[in-house]
Design a protein around this ligand. Structure first.
Ligand SMILES: CC(C)(COP(=O)(O)OP(=O)(O)OC[C@H]1O[C@@H](n2cnc3c(N)ncnc32)[C@H](O)[C@@H]1OP(=O)(O)O)[C@@H](O)C(=O)NCCC(=O)NCCS
Length: 159
């Protein structure tokens, strides 16, 4: 199996990420826990030949680092796993031992993916996506798997 390389984003990758955010995530900003994040301004890892991306808030002494976007352009090829492994290596090197991610109630694939990689359920915010939609109307009403999109679910990885 081909090893998937993970590298830090460079300036030349930014238009590609901007297009990906517009096509798949309703563009900027990303709203999590009611907080708006500008993903194009945050540290970002890219897998392979622009085959996947992870954007994160690096955290501070008392703040847990947060994975704000994980997206693989083809699924089941190890891209998501390579990005998580690369990010954990970076965070561990910076002295962190936890990583938080938020997904939504419709995203059954992501809930399975994260839990199979050691993430544990951490919090549920009922209606958080409905509130975010009032500020970001591009958030769809129906998400993955034909499920209505309403709630945020946090998962936490300890490493
Ligand atoms: C969730 C997501 C990031 C996972 O990325 P991915 O690249 O498909 O993940 P991986 O390939 O690393 O792992 C997925 C599965 O494929 C398997 N896999 C890994 N390498 C493989 C390979 N070479 N061939 C076949 N299967 C493989 C893994 O074992 C894994 O299965 P498991 O979860 O049952 O253990 C991806 O599906 C995605 O982008 N989804 C849409 C965006 C999204 O929902 N993001 C998360 C929002 S919070």
């Amino acid at each position: 199996m081909r090893a998937i390389k993970v590298r830090a984003m460079e300036d030349g990758d930014r238009p590609w990420l901007d297009a990906l955010l517009r096509e798949h995530w309703g563009g900027e900003p990303t709203i999590v826990r009611g907080v708006e994040h500008r993903l194009l301004e945050l540290p970002t890892l890219i897998a392979g030949d622009r085959e996947g991306v992870a954007v994160y808030e690096p955290g501070a002494e008392y703040r847990v680092p947060e994975l704000l976007l994980l997206h693989a352009l083809r699924h089941g090829g190890g891209i998501g796993s390579a990005l998580i492994d690369g990010l954990v290596d970076i965070l561990r090197g910076a002295g962190h031992d936890r990583l938080l991610v938020t997904t939504t109630n419709d995203n059954l694939a992501a809930l399975g993916f994260y839990q199979r990689r050691g993430f544990r359920l951490h919090a549920v915010r009922c209606g958080a996506v409905d509130e975010a939609r009032l500020r970001k109307p591009t958030i769809p009403r129906v998400g993955f798997n034909g499920i209505e999109l309403h709630d945020e679910i946090d998962l936490l990885l300890q490493f």
